[in-house]
Design a protein. Structure first.
Length: 159
C-alpha cells in the first residue's frame, strides 16, 4: 500500500463512507455533515502526527482503538481522531461545527488532550456510550440492588 495514498482526502472519504455503510461508523454523521465537509476533514488530516507516536503507542492504537475489521488495517490514528472529533462536534451549530471539529482533532492528535477510552472507542460508532465513569444511587433493598447491577452492566457494556 502506498503510504501517500492512504492519507489523501479521497482515501478518508472512501474509508468514511465504507465504515458508515458497514455499520462501523454511525449513520448520524450524514445528518450533520455534507460530502464536502467529509472531504474537508480528509484534507485537514495531519499525517505527520502519526509519525510522532512510538511503536508501543501504534500497537496500542491498533489493538484497542482503531476500527479495523478482520484485523486488516484501514483506519489510521489520524483518521480515528478526525472521526471522533467530527462526532463530538455534531451538537454544535452548523456554522461552527467544522471549526470546532478541527480544534478537537488538533488537540487530540497532538496529545494536548487525552480522551477516555469509551470516547475513543465509541464516539464515531453506533454505540454512543462516551463516559468513562458514572454514579448510581441504589436503594437499600435486595430488589433495587439487583436491578441496579443490571442497569450498571448495560451502561458499562461499551466502555
Amino acid at each position: 500500500m502506498d503510504i501517500k495514498k492512504i492519507y489523501e482526502a479521497k482515501h478518508y472519504k472512501a474509508l468514511f463512507d465504507e465504515y458508515v455503510k458497514n455499520g462501523l461508523y454511525s449513520k448520524d454523521f450524514y445528518d450533520h455533515y455534507s460530502e464536502d465537509d467529509i472531504i474537508e476533514a480528509g484534507n485537514y488530516l495531519k499525517k505527520e502526527n502519526d509519525f510522532d507516536y512510538n511503536y508501543t503507542t501504534i500497537l496500542m492504537y491498533k489493538k484497542r482503538y482503531l476500527l479495523n475489521p478482520n484485523k486488516v488495517v484501514k483506519e489510521l490514528p489520524q483518521e480515528m481522531y478526525m472521526s471522533v472529533a467530527l462526532f463530538l462536534a455534531m451538537p454544535e451549530k452548523k456554522e461552527d461545527r467544522m471549526k470546532i471539529a478541527k480544534k478537537i482533532y488538533d488537540y487530540c492528535s497532538t496529545g494536548k488532550i487525552s480522551l477516555p477510552t469509551p470516547t475513543l472507542l465509541n464516539a464515531r460508532t453506533n454505540f454512543h456510550q462516551l463516559s468513562s465513569c458514572f454514579k448510581f444511587n441504589v436503594d437499600d433493598d435486595l430488589r433495587a440492588i439487583y436491578h441496579s447491577i443490571e442497569n450498571m452492566a448495560q451502561v458499562s457494556k461499551y466502555g
